[in-house]
Design a protein around this ligand. Structure first.
Ligand SMILES: C[S@@+](CC[C@H](N)C(=O)[O-])C[C@H]1O[C@@H](n2cnc3c(N)ncnc32)[C@H](O)[C@@H]1O
Length: 310
């Protein structure tokens, strides 16, 4: 059985799903509103002769049918950034506001961090953390090109995240003065990236799924602990495995003071699954969103929104 066949009983239209997984992924960019307007970015693409098609859900996110996102002047200027369509979703669901304190737990190479900065109008405090120092250099490079100035970069294991030096008035004993909003775009088995990386399943194993699920639980628990009462945490992965999605949510609902909440989405998808193999999950995991590649001609994705207890 291939990893995809594991999901035959989960997916709404398995044949459409399988065929979509075999097609290459469309090339997509988002306009960086810190440096450009949609009109300025599209004028610049026109001037370069780069065809672009708006997505039907957001004027600042469009497809480049004939080009890759990275090799053109609008990109070099930081007016656009290559970012998969579904990858635009979690920052929008988190909905950070200018002036807030926001933590991106797993930030590198920074597509969502820089999108969070743009949604915050480059104001407030944005902490972009990743445990991989090498990947953080890509984050810094992207932040610089895109003109982000409200970003502090940290290099920690998010499961034990601490801001001790700032912690005199800290809300918890590890020095974190609570964040308003936290994004957990978690490390995962990346099954949903199969259209971009046809080799994505070469290293797939159930052991890896289970071990990365342990890391995801630890990161999401720390994210919830570091968020102020009433604050928001968004959990996302680019994988289909319920062990890394609904099972992680089920675990934190048991262990931490939080609840899943509904959210609006401009992209089609289906609710989270409440049962998988011999496991039954908290019924509220239905509030999460599963996006399969055939739903919107994108990669696969999972997204959930949590409110931290008051
Ligand atoms: C899905 S990628 C993040 C992509 C990023 N959010 C973006 O949009 O560009 C997951 C990231 O988690 C990082 N990571 C893995 N384990 C971690 C941990 N324990 N603490 C913090 N970051 C971790 C990896 O280095 C990787 O960069």
């Amino acid at each position: 059985m291939t990893p995809l066949e594991r999901y035959e009983s989960l997916v709404d239209d398995f044949e459409a799903f399988r065929q979509a997984c075999e097609r290459p992924l469309p090339s997509v960019v988002r306009v960086n509103t810190i440096k450009a307007t949609v009109d300025r970015a599209t004028d610049a693409l026109d001037a370069e002769g780069i065809a672009h098609e708006p997505t039907d859900w957001h004027p600042g996110v469009f497809r480049l049918p004939n080009d890759s996102p990275g090799r053109n002047w609008p990109h070099a200027h930081g007016w656009i950034h290559g970012q998969e369509e579904v990858s635009n979703l979690p920052a929008r669901v988190l909905d950070p506001q200018p002036g807030e304190r926001v933590w991106d737990t797993c930030a590198a190479p920074g597509s969502k961090t820089t999108q969070l900065a743009a949604l915050m109008d480059d104001r407030g405090l944005l902490v972009g953390n990743d445990n991989n120092l090498g990947r953080l250099s890509a984050l810094r490079h992207n932040a610089e090109r895109l003109g982000v100035t409200n970003l502090v970069v940290t290099n920690q294991d998010a499961r034990n995240f601490s801001l001790k030096p700032l912690g005199e008035n800290a809300a918890d004993d590890r020095g974190v003065d609570a964040f308003d909003r936290v994004l957990v775009d978690a490390p995962c088995s990346c099954e949903g990236t199969i259209r971009k990386n046809p080799d994505a399943f070469d290293t797939w194993s159930l052991d890896h799924v289970h071990s990365v699920a342990g890391v995801q639980k630890g990161i999401l628990r720390r994210a919830i602990q570091a968020t102020r009462p009433g604050g928001t945490v968004v959990y996302s992965t680019c994988t289909f495995a319920p062990e890394e999605n609904e099972a992680v949510l089920d675990h934190v609902l048991d262990e931490e003071d939080c609840r899943l909440v509904d959210f609006e989405t401009p992209l089609d998808g289906v609710p989270g699954v409440t049962e998988w193999q011999d496991e039954a999950y908290d019924p509220s995991v239905e509030k999460a969103l599963r996006i399969y590649p055939h739903h919107n001609d994108t990669g696969g994705f999972f997204c959930a929104k949590l409110e931290v207890g008051a």
